[in-house]
Design a protein around this ligand. Structure first.
Ligand SMILES: Nc1nc2c(c(=O)[nH]1)N[C@H]1C(S)=C(S)[C@@H](COP(=O)(O)OP(=O)(O)OC[C@H]3O[C@@H](n4cnc5c(=O)[nH]c(N)nc54)[C@H](O)[C@@H]3O)O[C@H]1N2
Ligand SMILES: Nc1nc2c(c(=O)[nH]1)N[C@H]1C(S)=C(S)[C@@H](COP(=O)(O)OP(=O)(O)OC[C@H]3O[C@@H](n4cnc5c(=O)[nH]c(N)nc54)[C@H](O)[C@@H]3O)O[C@H]1N2
Ligand code: SF4
Ligand SMILES: [Mo]
Length: 720
């Protein structure tokens, strides 16, 4: 049997055709009939089979008994999990339990829908997620400018004539906040139609190598580059003031701000010449259509929020926002933005983290504070943790400290199907079924895609007897917390499995009926319902992105806020930051700046147990410019010791002139050599964790996102 599904590993939403023989996968290939991905897939797609077959993937819950995991029944595990967390709350109050939601949460429709009610049932203010080691600045800019954290403008990749990519490497990552299967083909098409692609990155990446121009930038200094670009655009009157004023308030404030940032002032800090900065700005502003796009390289910084705001400001002021070929808003069939509006500025920082006083945003606190909240005694100390689809020991700054802190917890529950660096600390592990055993609809990524499409896939395999899907686990925990009922009672109320599975489908059906295509699709099609989606198993094309302003805005004013007070208020810190950066450049004494990278065959921290993906040359090496290597007395292939304020790791070095001198790069998601990890393939190629070097003290003070980019490190040969 061959069935179409959607790959749920990264954001690209590739359509796959999976051939099965009974309970086995026999082949996975790209689905040429998927209207969006048109047959594209990457090497990770076939690893879905390895994940499905992986003997280390848990199918039964585990309970820690006298320090060792033992398999137990679902009733025992679910009741222990809910009661263990509740007991801590009874003793110390609701905030004593923290929650952490990891990245795969948003790749699962069941978890996307059913994790929020569980977190709500726990009633804690100590909520964390991977957002604060990733896209948080995008939400801050979207909320303050457009009135909703999910109103993120997406590059109109298929029509733009000029794409500037800052701090993203979509040829390795397959695109982020820019869902676009086969980015390589789409970038090639820009150049084929006479357009240009420009990359700004401290590494000459795979993407930079297929671009028209690439410029090195000193990590963490993008904010200065962007301010100078704004200066050039406004000083040279390359903006489209009438369009900007039609859409936005506070445009005058931008002129005042930009005046202070001529390229000459910032050039030495960025490592880009004033001439190059001005050229990047002019080419962007003068192109017939253009999109300025920045991703994790600019959002995981000490000035992540201001930088992300400036990217949107530059798009707005040059008339690129909401225009074909620029950056546009999506019109998803299931709309996570919804019709509720008015995300007012007082919704930011409604509470603050206890120890460091960092602000809440979207109901969450920055995960860079989690370890200190566990370690620091006091009435609201975190004493228990629920993780869902997350591996914060490898994915958050100063992961080593968090690793030690987790060992101190009185109770920990992980909803996860691996015993890894994080979940090994849990008292109970509740494993959901794998991605091939659950239904799929991309509630989040359709809303971030370069084209409006919709696709539903029922589970490829029926979940085996005695297993539970993520939403069943999450709603069982919610009900237990709310009612104290036994799992058997909850189960009886849910009755048959078939009816239970309808729950996710029913919620989607309801959401479609409230969505923009409930009265018909573009070009006069019938209303879009679950029946439509079921009749089109390869997906439904809803056309290119269309102008959505002003009606898509959720601000109370009905206008864009070009210069939100919360963000503009951070500019004095940026000015201080420039002084610090200039000083650092002047006084550079063997300190190197560390950045991260992604590789095509790896997926954050959790796909290294696929033998197929980790075969071949090791990818967890330190990339270093030959000149820096020589200065540190190391040569290609040697083991080096990399040391930061918080820790050190030993890793082989790869010398390459694709690195900017003064900058070194390590991939993230490695470091499987810790004791307790039960991943038999990953532990044979453990690598080291970049987050044993990144510093939890380095955050963007405005929003608390981790300041990964440009962690100062020293490199020395390993002498043994
Ligand atoms: N193969 C693969 N694909 C993935 C993932 C994966 O782990 N593996 N993860 C997925 C996830 S969760 C996400 S969020 C996306 C992320 O997708 P991307 O944002 O494309 O992520 P990266 O490939 O890490 O690219 C970030 C780039 O920023 C550069 N950089 C670092 N610091 C700075 C800086 O200060 N300034 C500038 N200008 N550049 C800087 C780095 O050198 C790197 O080239 O990828 C997704 N796709
Ligand atoms: N230095 C540095 N650090 C980074 C980054 C970087 O570029 N540099 N990137 C950051 C980014 S963008 C992100 S998104 C984070 C990711 O960080 P996290 O979200 O914390 O971790 P992941 O590595 O995605 O691990 C996912 C976990 O979910 C489990 N899992 C997979 N699928 C499912 C499922 O369907 N259900 C459940 N319940 N569990 C599942 C896996 O077993 C694994 O334990 O890392 C961040 N950390
Ligand atoms: S690009 Fe992403 S969605 Fe497409 S096959 Fe690869 S991992 Fe899956
Ligand atoms: Mo991410």
């Amino acid at each position: 049997m061959t069935r179409p599904i959607t790959c749920s590993l990264c954001e690209a939403m590739c359509g796959l055709l999976v051939e099965t023989d009974g309970p086995r996968v026999t082949s996975i290939r790209g689905d040429v009939n998927d209207p969006f991905s048109r047959g594209h897939l990457c090497p990770k797609a076939v690893a879905l089979q390895d994940l499905h077959d992986d003997p280390d993937r848990l199918r039964r819950p585990l309970l820690k008994v006298r320090g060792r995991f033992e398999p137990v029944t679902w009733p025992v595990a679910l009741e222990a999990a809910a009661d263990g967390l509740r007991a801590v709350q009874r003793r110390y109050g609701p905030d004593a339990v923290a929650t952490y939601a990891g990245n795969p949460t948003v790749h699962s429709v069941g978890a996307t829908l059913f994790l929020p009610p569980l977190v709500k049932a726990l009633g804690t203010r100590n909520r964390y997620s991977a957002t604060s080691v990733d896209q948080l600045p995008h939400h801050v800019a979207a909320a303050t400018m457009f009135g909703h954290p999910l109103l993120i403008p997406i590059p109109d990749l298929d029509r733009t004539q000029h794409l500037v990519i800052i701090g993203a490497n979509p040829l390795a990552s397959n695109g982020s906040l820019m869902t676009a299967p086969d980015v390589a083909r789409r970038l090639k098409a820009i150049r084929a139609r006479g357009g240009r692609v420009v990359v700004v990155d401290p590494r000459r990446t795979e993407t930079a190598q297929v671009a028209d121009a690439h410029h090195f930038i000193r990590p963490g200094t993008d904010v200065f580059l962007l301010l100078a670009m704004l200066h050039v655009v406004l000083a040279e009157r390359l903006d489209r003031p009438s369009r900007a004023r039609e859409l936005a308030l506070e445009v005058d404030a931008l002129h005042e701000i930009a005046a202070a940032w001529p390229p000459e002032r910032v050039a030495p800090a960025t490592g880009m010449s004033a001439e190059v900065i001005a050229t990047v700005a002019r080419d962007f502003a003068k192109a017939p259509s253009a999109a300025l796009y920045g991703r994790v390289g600019v959002s995981m910084q000490e000035f992540g929020a201001v930088s992300t705001w400036l990217i949107t400001v530059l798009n707005l002021i040059t008339g690129r926002l909401d225009e074909p070929g620029g950056v546009m808003f999506t019109n998803p069939a299931v709309d996570p933005v919804g019709d509720k509006g008015g995300y007012t500025p007082d919704r930011i920082g409604r509470w603050h983290s206890r120890v460091r006083g960092l602000p809440e945003f979207m109901g969450e606190l920055p995960v860079a504070t989690l370890a200190e909240e566990i370690e620091t005694p006091g009435p609201e100390q975190v004493r228990a943790l629920l993780t869902h689809a997350g591996n914060p020991v490898l994915s958050t700054p100063n992961g080593g400290r968090l690793d030690r802190a987790l060992a101190q917890l009185e109770y920990m529950v992980s909803v996860d199907f691996y015993v890894n660096e994080t979940t090994q600390h849990a008292h109970v592990i509740l494993p959901p079924v794998g991605p091939l055993e659950r239904e799929h609809y991309d509630v989040v990524f359709h809303a971030l895609a370069v084209r409006n499409t919709a696709k539903w896939a029922p589970p490829l395999f029926a979940p085996p007897d005695g297993t539970m899907s993520d939403w069943e686990i999450l709603s069982a925990l919610t009900e237990r917390l709310q009612t104290g009922w036994s799992w058997r009672t909850i189960q009886q109320r849910w009755t048959t499995r078939a009816r239970r599975r309808l729950k996710v489908r029913g919620m989607l059906s309801h959401a479609l009926a409230k969505g923009p295509y409930s009265r018909g699709t573009p070009e006069g099609g019938a209303p879009l319902t679950m029946a439509t989606l079921e009749a089109h198993p390869h997906g439904v094309d809803l056309g290119p992105l269309v102008p959505m302003l002003p009606h898509r805005l959720k601000t109370l004013s009905g206008k864009i806020h070009a210069a939100p007070a919360a963000i503009v208020g951070d500019l004095p810190r940026v000015a201080l930051g420039l002084e610090v950066a200039l000083e650092a450049v002047r006084g550079a004494t063997g300190t190197l700046l560390l950045v991260g990278r992604r590789t095509m065959r790896s997926n954050n921290s959790w796909m290294h147990n696929s033998a197929r993906l980790v075969r071949g040359k090791p990818v967890c090496t330190l990339l270093m410019h030959p000149q820096d290597a020589a200065a540190c007395g190391v040569a290609d292939g040697m083991m080096v010791c990399v040391t930061s304020r918080v820790g050190s790791v030993e890793v082989p070095v790869t010398t390459t002139d694709t690195m900017m001198p003064g900058v070194v790069s390590l991939p993230h998601g490695w470091g499987h050599g810790r004791p307790g990890v039960q991943l038999r393939t990953a532990t044979t190629v453990p690598g080291v964790s970049i987050n044993d070097l990144t510093d939890d003290a380095r955050v963007d003070a405005l929003c608390g996102v981790a300041g990964f980019s440009g962690t100062p490190v020293a490199v020395s040969p390993v002498t043994r």
